[in-house]
Write a protein that binds this ligand. Structure first.
Ligand code: AMP
Length: 112
């Protein structure tokens, strides 16, 4: 989608990627909430997790890729958090499906 920032990043038109294949891209969050904060996104424009019913497997593939990136970034053993926000109460601010990979420090629970 032309006016979607994550579409542009995923297409390699803005900033650098830490991972990409035919389906997915990953890049560092511009406002990191921890020493490691990577966003995993589909290259195809999907607005959010509510719109994946036709291919729920994409969430699993994003999670598997996030675990691989966690391993590459040295946080596999210490632990990490995967987050998908949805809608206003969930705190979703970008309308392109994305999974947060957060690590490198302890995170509290429940989230704020
Ligand atoms: P969410 O609030 O779950 O929608 O997460 C959106 C995330 O995208 C936030 O953590 C932002 O810091 C991040 N973000 C917004 N714009 C950019 C950008 N241009 N490059 C990288 N990360 C971004």
């Amino acid at each position: 989608m032309d006016d979607c920032i994550f579409c542009k990043i995923a297409a390699g038109r803005l900033g650098s990627l830490v991972f990409e294949d035919d389906e997915l891209a990953a890049f560092k969050d511009i406002s990191p909430a921890g020493p490691v904060h990577v966003l995993i996104v589909p290259k195809e424009h999907i607005p959010g997790i509510k719109e994946v019913e036709g291919d729920a497997g994409i969430i699993g593939r994003m999670a598997a890729r996030a675990v691989g990136i966690a391993r590459e970034m040295g946080i596999f053993d210490t632990g990490f958090r995967l987050v998908v926000n949805s809608g206003p109460d969930g705190g979703q601010s970008v309308e392109h499906l994305h999974m947060h990979l957060l690590g490198g420090r302890p995170f509290g629970w429940p989230p704020g």
